[in-house]
Design a binder for this molecule. Structure first.
Ligand SMILES: Nc1ncnc2c1ncn2[C@@H]1O[C@H](COP(=O)(O)OP(=O)(O)O)[C@@H](O)[C@H]1O
Ligand SMILES: [Mg+2]
Length: 538
C-alpha cells in the first residue's frame, strides 16, 4: 500500500529552532557535548547568579539553590563523564565572583560536582528504564537519595571549606549546613522534575485544547492563591497543597512540576520582600522553614503525578491484556470449530455411509432384528451429526468468516426468532462494507449477547437490529420493547455479559452503551471507529 507523503507542516522559526536543537541533543558526538556543556554552564551560572543576587537583598532566600537541580538533571540525563567540566567551571566562577579564594572556590565546586555525580548515579540505578519520575519509587529515589542524601555532600564540603578558609565560625557552621543542605534539596526537588519532564520525548498522545486551557487556568489560580497566602504574615502556608496536588493528579508531571515551580517563585519572592509565614524568626530559621516547606510540597506533588502515571500505565496494561484474551479466545474457538467440523463431522459422516451400506445388505438378507439395530444406530448418528453442526455454529458461525458480519447478524436474528417466536426487524446495509476481522467479530458477538439477554430477561414483543456505517464509523443498535433493564444492572460491575460486550468494544477502540429505551425496553448501542485500512488483524 502506497502511503501518501505527509503534508509538510508550516514550521514557525521557533519550532524549527527547537527541532534543530533537539536533533543536536539527540545525536551523540563532540558537537553535542560542547553545546551541552556550554548550555549547562550558562544555565547553572545564571540560576546561581540570580539566587545569590536575591541573597544580597535579604538573607532569607540566600540559599534556594536551583543549580543543584540543573546539575543533577544534566548528569542523570546526559552522563556525568561528559558534562562535569561545564558544571565545575560554572560553580567555580560563581564562587570566585562571590569573593571566595581560588582554593576555596575550587573545593566548593568539586563538592558540587561530586554531589551531582553521586545523586545522578543513585537516581540512574533506582530509575532503571524511567526517564522521568513516573513511578512512586522514582519519586522516592529522586527526593530521598538525590534530594536528601547526595545533597549532604555539597553542604558538607562547602561548609568545611568555609570553616577552613575562615569564612565562617564553628558556632554558625551547623546552621549554615542545614540551610545549604535544604537549599540544594529544593534545587533537586523543585527544578530537576521540570527539566526531566520537558526533555523527555512526548509519550502521551496529544491532548485536546480545553485540557491545556484548564491546566493553565489552574496554574494561574495556584499562583494567585499562593500570592494571597504569602502576602500576609502568619497565614497557613500549606493551604497551597491541595491545589498543587490536584493539578498533578489531573494533568500529570509537566503541569505538576510547573505548579511546584510557580509556588517556589511566588513564595520565594514574597518571603524575600519580607512577607508571609516564613518571616517571623531568625533569618536562618525562616529560610530553613521555607525550604523545608518547598521540599515537602515538591515531594507531595511529584507523588501525585506519579500516582496518576502508575494508574494510567496499569490501565493500559489491563486493556492490552483484555485485548489479548479476547483475540486468543476467538482464535481458539475458530480452531476448535474447524477441528470439530473437519475431523469429528467427517468421521461421523463416514460412519453413517458405512451404516447405510450395512443396512442395505441386512435388508437384502431379510434379518429384521439386525435391521432394527442398524436403523437405531443410524438415527443416533444423525443426532450426533446435528449436534456437531450445532456446536460448530455456536463456537463460531462459518457465515461470519465466509460472508461477513451482515450475513452473520441475519443468521443470529433467524436463530433468535426460531427459538423465541419474537419477530426481529432488520435494518442492515444493502451491500457488504469493508471491515476487518476483529471488528466484524465484535459486531457478531455483541448481537449474540444482546439477543441472548433479550431471550432471557426482556419479555419483549419485538426487536429491532439496526446496523449502519458512515465515514468509516460503524454503529450497531439492538432495541427491544421489553421490561427494560434495571438501573442497578447497568451499574453492577458483575454483569459479566454486559462487561464482556464493553471489553470487546474497548479492545478495538470502540464503545458500548446500554440504556433504557423510551417508552419501554432496552437499547444496546455499539460504536466502532474507522477501521485502519490496509491493516490486517488476522
Ligand atoms: N434486554 C434486557 N432487558 C431487560 N433486562 C436486561 C436486558 N439485558 C440485560 N438485562 C439485565 O441486566 C443483567 C445483566 O446482564 P448480563 O451482564 O448479560 O448478565 P446475565 O445475562 O448473565 O444475567 C441481567 O441479569 C438482566 O437483569
Ligand atoms: Mg447476558
Amino acid at each position: 500500500m502506497a502511503e501518501s507523503p505527509p503534508q509538510a507542516l508550516p514550521l514557525s522559526p521557533l519550532t524549527a529552532l527547537a527541532a534543530r536543537l533537539r536533533s543536536v541533543l539527540d545525536t551523540p558526538g563532540l558537537t553535542r557535548d560542547v553545546v551541552l556543556n556550554i548550555a549547562i554552564a550558562v544555565a547553572y551560572g545564571a540560576a546561581g547568579h540570580f539566587s545569590l543576587a536575591a541573597a544580597t537583598e535579604h538573607r532569607a532566600v540566600s540559599s534556594l539553590w536551583p543549580p543543584a537541580g540543573i546539575a543533577l538533571f544534566a548528569f542523570t540525563r546526559y552522563g556525568a563523564s561528559r558534562l562535569w567540566p561545564g558544571v565545575a567551571a560554572a560553580a567555580y566562577f560563581l564562587n570566585t565572583s562571590n569573593g571566595l579564594s581560588i582554593v576555596g572556590s575550587a573545593l566548593i565546586a568539586a563538592g558540587d560536582v561530586a554531589e551531582a555525580l553521586v545523586g545522578a548515579w543513585m537516581v540512574r540505578r533506582a530509575w532503571g528504564e524511567s526517564v522521568v519520575p513516573e513511578r512512586l519509587s522514582d519519586v522516592g529515589a529522586l527526593a530521598g537519595l538525590a534530594g536528601a542524601v547526595s545533597t549532604m555532600i555539597g553542604a558538607t564540603v562547602g561548609v568545611a571549606t568555609l570553616l577552613v578558609t575562615g569564612a565562617t565560625t564553628l558556632a554558625t557552621a551547623a546552621n549554615i549546613w542545614l540551610v545549604w543542605w535544604t537549599g540544594d534539596a529544593v534545587g533537586v526537588v523543585v527544578v530537576s522534575p521540570l527539566l526531566f519532564a520537558w526533555s523527555a520525548p512526548a509519550a502521551a498522545p496529544k491532548r485536546p485544547r480545553r485540557r491545556h486551557v484548564e491546566a493553565i487556568l489552574l496554574l494561574v489560580l495556584l499562583g494567585v492563591s499562593t500570592d494571597l497566602i504569602f502576602a500576609r504574615a502568619g497565614t497557613i502556608a500549606f493551604a497551597v497543597f491541595p491545589l498543587a496536588g490536584w493539578i498533578a493528579l489531573r494533568h500529570g508531571l509537566v503541569a505538576g512540576s510547573l505548579a511546584i515551580m510557580i509556588v517556589t517563585v511566588v513564595a520565594g519572592w514574597r518571603t524575600l520582600a519580607g512577607y508571609g509565614p516564613f518571616t517571623d524568626f531568625s533569618p536562618t530559621t525562616n529560610l530553613f522553614a521555607l525550604q523545608s516547606f518547598l521540599v515537602l510540597l515538591g515531594v507531595k506533588t511529584l507523588l501525585f503525578a506519579a500516582m496518576r502515571a502508575e494508574a494510567r500505565a496499569s490501565r493500559a496494561r489491563l486493556a492490552r491484556l483484555s485485548h489479548l484474551l479476547i483475540t486468543a479466545h476467538e482464535d481458539e474457538r475458530r480452531r476448535v470449530a474447524r477441528d470439530v467440523h473437519d475431523e469429528l463431522g467427517q468421521a461421523l459422516t463416514a460412519a453413517k455411509i458405512g451404516l447405510a451400506a450395512a443396512l442395505h445388505r441386512t435388508q437384502l438378507r431379510g434379518s429384521l432384528d439386525s435391521e432394527r439395530h442398524v436403523r437405531g444406530a443410524a438415527s443416533t448418528l444423525d443426532g450426533a451429526i446435528e449436534a456437531v453442526q450445532r456446536i460448530v455454529l455456536q463456537l463460531r458461525p462459518g457465515v461470519l468468516d465466509n460472508l461477513g458480519p451482515i450475513a452473520a447478524i441475519e443468521y443470529a436474528a433467524q436463530q433468535f426468532t426460531a427459538q423465541t417466536h419474537v419477530p426481529v426487524t432488520l435494518a442492515l446495509p444493502p451491500e457488504p462494507f469493508p471491515i476487518d476481522d476483529e471488528h466484524s467479530t465484535v459486531l457478531y458477538r455483541v448481537t449474540q449477547e444482546a439477543l441472548t439477554n433479550i431471550t432471557r430477561h426482556a419479555e419483549a414483543g419485538r426487536v429491532l437490529v439496526h446496523l449502519h456505517h458512515r465515514n468509516g464509523t460503524v454503529t450497531l443498535r439492538i432495541v427491544d420493547d421489553g421490561r427494560g433493564i434495571a438501573e442497578e444492572s447497568l451499574r453492577n460491575p458483575r454483569s459479566m455479559g454486559i462487561l464482556g460486550m464493553r471489553e470487546r468494544a474497548a479492545a478495538c477502540g470502540g464503545r458500548l452503551d446500554v440504556q433504557r429505551a423510551s417508552p419501554r425496553g432496552t437499547a444496546v448501542t455499539l460504536t466502532l471507529p474507522r477501521t485502519p485500512t490496509g491493516v490486517s488483524h488476522d
